[in-house]
Ligand binder design. Structure first.
Ligand code: NAD
Length: 495
């Protein structure tokens, strides 16, 4: 069985670890390879390589860095089918969705190619007589990036191209469930000329994450994953004096007003609820229907659900399997919770007919109506193809529900009333809002991130906020000698 190793200092790195974890093909249920789990010393070797590469990389001209990012963009684009096949094999998502993930990741690489513009400082001439002040943006140093299983290419691409563009070097720790995409990306970047040690990949679990959080030479941590781990990462990383951004989990509501176009709503709910088997942090998991639309809407949603093909992502299907058997069982367990809590299961995804092998980690699209807001089905992040319907009487009741959620990642309103939509965008306590758009993932040149327990730290991912996170600003006050302004003055200069 092949072993996915680490990538350190521009080459495959075996490390000292004897621990490994299985990497499944979720569509067959079979272990297809093992992944090495790094030790603290393995992580230290990767950090040392990144530290060694830092002065050369930070000192490289913006033009040369930019050319490397252009070349990286080209090689990913030219070979995206190969990367998509890796995503499908290890994550299970269907090929079209894998290609969509790559396209969204490429957006950030494209943004990173504008590094000369993004890294510009400011300059004020003659702030005091003969004195100029200007600012420059310098890299923070070695950046640790820890990513989740659900976007094995896109989430790493949200961070490392921007970190590297800013002159930092990186140690990336991808999810151990689907590690190969990160290794593939590091190899491609190396092939187009990225200097050794600028991008390193360590595979591993908690031990490697803790090693990054505790290593004194790691200056900043970008994390994406579930809320409890995000909180832990933020607390431990900042306690160690690091700059940390930790993006967490989600429970995204779609508020449907009675004047909405219900066909558009049904299409959107199905796409956003079941795309990527609901394993998206921006998936819609709760439809909040302002009565009297719920019954009609459920009819339209179930009609569309009946046409969804579930199966192996390499075949012509709409939805693939879940990531592991344990996760599938956990998600399916919420159907029992729903029944016990008095909700009604409209479509039951257990026992779904699939175009794939019997041992795959399958759960079909599931729709649950009248979910009590006290039920765990409503309060917890399920992260699977389970869509809940909650019926409310008014906009205000729906808004209060959304604002009462622990999470604040994404939300959407569907209405034809511009005034209601405008009020919603102002009043809702969520970081990313869609208006008649179900998955409002901002494009690369805006920034991605939620509010409340969906983001710990004050900086979002990519967009201009990424350059803020990955650089330290230095303000320089300069005066070139003019003998007429010499002399003793113990106060601040005032004119
Ligand atoms: P996870 O929290 O289990 O794992 C994320 C990363 O943390 C992985 O690299 C993993 O190896 C590491 N990790 C796991 N347990 C750890 C521990 N005890 N100590 C230290 N590190 C640990 O998340 P996941 O299951 O891989 O991904 C799904 C979650 O990620 C969902 O909650 C989803 O909402 C969230 N997510 C959020 C966003 C966002 O932008 N907010 C994007 C994608 C996914």
């Amino acid at each position: 069985m092949s072993l996915v190793q680490h990538w350190v200092d521009g080459a495959t790195f075996a490390g000292a670890s004897t621990r490994t974890a299985p990497v499944y093909n979720p569509a067959t249920g079979a272990v297809q390879r093992e992944v090495a789990l790094a030790t603290t010393d393995d992580v230290a070797a990767a950090v040392a390589a990144a530290k060694k590469a830092l002065p050369g990389w930070a000192g490289m001209s913006l033009a040369k860095r930019q050319q490397l990012l252009f070349a990286f963009r080209e090689v990913i684009n030219a070979r995206k089918e190969e990367l998509a096949a890796i995503l499908t094999a290890e994550h299970g998502k269907v090929t079209s969705d894998a290609l969509g993930e790559i396209a969204r990741g490429l957006e950030v690489v494209e943004l990173a190619t504008s590094l000369p513009q993004l890294l510009k400082g400011e300059y004020s001439e003659n702030v005091s007589t003969g004195v100029d002040v200007y600012s420059i943006k310098q890299p923070v140093g070695v950046v640790g990036i820890i990513s989740p299983f659900n976007f094995p290419a896109m989430v790493p691409l949200w961070f490392f191209p921007m970190a590297i563009a800013a002159g930092n070097t990186v140690v990336l720790k991808p999810s151990e469930k689907d590690p190969s995409a990160s290794i593939w990306l590091a190899e491609r970047f190396q092939e187009v000329g990225l200097p050794d040690g600028v991008l390193n990949v360590v595979n591993g679990d908690k031990e490697s994450v803790d090693a990054l959080l505790d290593h004194p030479d790691v200056a900043a941590i970008s994390f994406v994953g579930s809320t409890p781990i995000a909180k832990y990462i933020y607390e431990r990383g900042t306690a160690n004096g690091k700059r940390v951004q930790a993006l967490g989990g989600a429970k995204n509501h779609m508020l449907v007003l009675p004047d909405a176009d219900l066909d558009l709503v049904a299409d959107s709910a199905v796409n956003a609820g079941f795309g990527s088997a609901g394993e998206r942090c921006m998936a819609i998991s709760v439809v909040v229907a302002v009565e009297p639309v719920a019954d009609e809407l459920i009819g339209k949603i179930t009609e569309r659900m009946s046409g969804l093909k579930v199966g192996d992502g390499t075949r012509n299907c709409d939805m693939g399997p879940l990531i592991t058997k344990e996760h599938r069982d956990k998600v399916a367990g919420y159907l029992d919770v729903a029944t016990a809590d008095g909700a009604s299961i409209v479509v039951d995804g257990r026992g779904v007919e699939v175009d794939g092998e019997a041992n795959g980690f399958w759960l079909g699209p599931t729709l649950i109506d009248r979910v009590p807001t006290t039920s765990r089905v409503y309060t917890e992040e399920i992260f699977g193809p389970v869509l809940s319907i909650v019926r409310v009487k008014s906009y205000e009741e729906g808004l209060a529900l959304i604002n009462g959620s622990q999470y604040g990642n994404g939300t959407a309103i569907f209405t034809n009333d511009g005034g209601a939509a405008r009020r919603f965008q102002n009043e809702v306590t969520v970081g990313m809002v869609g208006i008649n758009v179900p998955i409002p993932v901002p494009v690369g040149y805006f920034s991605f991130g939620g509010w409340k327990d969906s983001l710990f730290g004050d900086t979002k991912a990519y967009g201009t906020q990424a350059m803020h996170f990955f650089t330290r600003e230095k303000a320089i006050t300069s005066r070139w000698l003019d003998p007429s302004h010499g002399g003793i003055n113990l106060g601040f200069p005032q004119n």
